[in-house]
Design a protein around this ligand. Sequence first.
Ligand SMILES: [Zn+2]
Length: 428
Amino acid sequence: MRYLLPALLFGLLLAAPGQATETEPDEPVAESVPVRTSEPPRTPSSEPAAGATASAPAATTTNPAPEESAQPFALLNSTIAPGTLRTLHWSPGLSMSSLNTPVPVLVAHGAGPGPVMCLTAAIHGDELNGIEIVRRVLHQVEPEDLNGTLVGMPIVNLDGFRRASRYMSDRRDLNRYFPGNPNGSYASRVAHSLFHKVILHCDYLLDIHTGSFLRTNLPQLRGDLKNPMILAFSRHFGGMGVLHHPGGSGTLRRAAADSGIPAIVMETGGPHSLDQEAVAHGVKGIKNLLHNLGMHKTMRLWLIPQPVFYQSTWVRSNQGGIMLSQVELNEKVEKGQLLGRVIDPITNTSSDILSPLDGIVLGRAFDQVVSPGFATFHIGSIATEEQLAQPIPAAVNEPDLESDSDAGMPPPPATPAETTDPYPEVDS
Ligand SMILES: [Zn+2]
């Protein structure tokens, strides 16, 4: 149970948030994207008011049998009857047509009306946990018992997945190019196609990631909590902690949020392998989400209080060598506590990696050879009751070390000029 977040003894109060004001360097975007002016459809049990406690939303056990029938659901030139599961295909149409391989899109269209919940995974092709999470959710939910629609894309970056690579075949990171540009680079065109053909049909978006490059993340959510719709959305995942951050420019969740779609990233585990415990936590969070939105009932609610993190930081190594960790994910650490050591295997000299703050280990590098500056441990500070009663602070996460990027990583191989992200990347 290494991911079981510590039961917090205090009731966490979230302040009514203001509007996000942070800006990030812009990716080239050629056209504006429609912005929703109305909130997603809600069911009566769906939304706690801003300012509600951060403990799990009241378990409204009702996921009543559909009282009215849903209408057929149209997506990707298909029409899906209520109460059915279908596999559709999305293709940006950019390959040689004879070699084109469409990307599968699973759609469970419920018998009852409700919101459209989209789950995307493997935008980074080496991040496997989300693939399994989407499979379990889409195939475990019975469309007959579902209110609303689940759209699951287990492997968005099919091209990278086949090569076990985070990147696309043009060596770009797809999650830096949303909402895309129909006249831009290959990645930008793919992003534009996905965004317009699928994402803009979503009422909610959950984009599932893992840590990157030999790092692993505690199951956690990341979202712009200053956005009231995203704040409310984040509250439905049971005890899974949530880290406040608006998301980098060009990320899918930022582009979706900018279009009025409540969008959250779920980080869970690391790349290149399947972490069953991380997968189970992700599925558990989503099943709580579906229950709390009145979409699909689960009997096993996750009722512990939800930790909220306003502040987090990646701690970097100051020397090169072999890193040996002293702490695990979800471990509570104090300021000044030894997190790990980096040892030069020849001279036998070492340097300590110390926590700069009291907090929880949200992410960490696996033990490995590191170079100076390598991001080793991600420490998040749980917001206190007093902090949660105040407006959410403007920017407390280091922009170059924050979510939806890949801390301290070998940047993607050299790409032509369109890649303007000035920051090295961390994860998701
Ligand atoms: Zn990712």
